[in-house]
Design a protein around this ligand. Structure first.
Ligand code: NDP
Length: 312
């Protein structure tokens, strides 16, 4: 006898701004959404301190508090928020079969994927120790706190180049640590970096330590050719060595770009599988902001609602 599985109208995977905004919209449309929170309930914002750029919070808000507010708003309309990790999906036929925590299966008429992306870190101990106290992976989020100060950016791709030029407008000096003798960033982005007076690029340089007890005070870098060390005064340390979208469980089922980001039909949240939608950083390597994630979460809920209406 086959087991009777719970059938969910809108299953939302992930609980960052995209997931909860999708839940608010889906719940208000009486679609009884279920949010599977994932490994990091609240998502990346719970790892930052103050969020100053989300509209509606004139005095800023703690990232964790903001995500508690998102959750409370979704639950006010009876969103069912559940602990757990989605471990397997089968998008070959609808309703879709979704496995949670490797043990439990549910069926879903529609799925909204908002699993986000994870910033890559260098993996040195100081980075973890001072995370949120000078160490950051998002210049647009945290750069303002270093206005008029000196900072270090690690990385050599488009993100690092973009973060360095963004920070150069706020900070007195930006030092970029590039581990090879050239940058990976596009020529146009490199040109912007080299044309900015207060950015210094140190090629062949890597991070030895981030110094300071309660906050970042300086960074010790070393030249990987000569081993010579340099101590760079800095109050901010920005790691911009890429993000990894959380899409491993969708491999082979959904279209992705070379970096693993989900591909959606432009201007919509639709993946190539009808009834499966993507929102937030998992499908966006360019903007990656809480407010853009929330916006695409709204789109995904409206797309799911229209999809379900069209099935009736
Ligand atoms: P990338 O993977 O392109 O670049 C990562 C950079 O970090 C590389 O230069 C790499 O060095 C460096 N790096 C990796 N690990 C370490 C380490 N342990 N220590 C020091 N340096 C390290 O990531 P991005 O986030 O920059 O870009 C991701 C994608 O998004 C790209 O396709 C990019 O073009 C795109 N993008 C586009 C933007 C735009 O169009 N405006 C803006 C931002 C991103 P190495 O070169 O030696 O491997």
């Amino acid at each position: 006898m086959s087991e009777e599985l719970e059938n969910i109208e809108v299953l939302i995977i992930g609980s960052g701004p995209a997931g909860y905004t999708a839940a608010i919209y889906a719940a208000r449309a009486d679609l009884n959404p279920v949010v599977i929170q994932g490994l990091q309930p609240g998502g990346q914002l719970t790892t930052t301190t103050e969020v100053d750029n989300y509209p509606g919070y004139p005095n800023g808000v703690d990232g964790t508090k903001m995500m508690e507010d998102f959750k409370a708003q979704a639950e006010r309309f009876d969103t069912d928020t559940r602990w757990g990790m989605v471990t397997k999906v089968d998008f070959s036929e609808r309703p879709f079969k979704v496995e949670i925590d490797g043990t439990k299966n549910v069926m879903a008429e529609t799925v909204i994927i908002s699993t986000g992306a994870t910033a890559k870190w260098l993996g040195i101990p100081d980075e973890e120790r001072l995370n949120g106290f000078g160490v950051s992976a998002c210049a647009v989020c945290d750069g303002f706190f270093y206005k008029g100060q000196e900072v270090v950016v690690v990385g050599a791709g488009d993100t690092a180049a973009e973060e360095a030029t963004y920070l150069a407008k706020l900070c007195t000096k930006v030092t970029m640590l590039v581990r090879r003798d050239e940058m990976r960033a596009s020529k146009a982005m490199q040109k912007r970096v080299f044309n900015t007076d207060n950015i210094t690029v140190l090629f062949n340089h890597e991070t030895k330590s981030i110094n300071g007890e309660k906050g970042v005070e300086s960074v010790t870098a070393f030249n990987n050719q000569t081993q010579e060390e340099t101590v760079i005064p800095a109050t901010g340390f920005f790691v911009a060595i890429g993000h990894k979208p959380n899409t491993d469980i969708f491999k082979g089922q959904l279209e992705m770009d070379d970096n693993g980001y989900l591909i959606v039909e432009p201007g919509t949240s639709k993946t190539q599988i009808p009834g499966v939608f993507a929102a937030g950083d998992v499908a966006d390597h360019v903007y990656r902001q809480a407010v853009t994630s929330a916006g695409t979460g709204c789109m995904a809920a409206l797309d799911a609602e229209r999809f379900l209406a069209a099935q009736e």
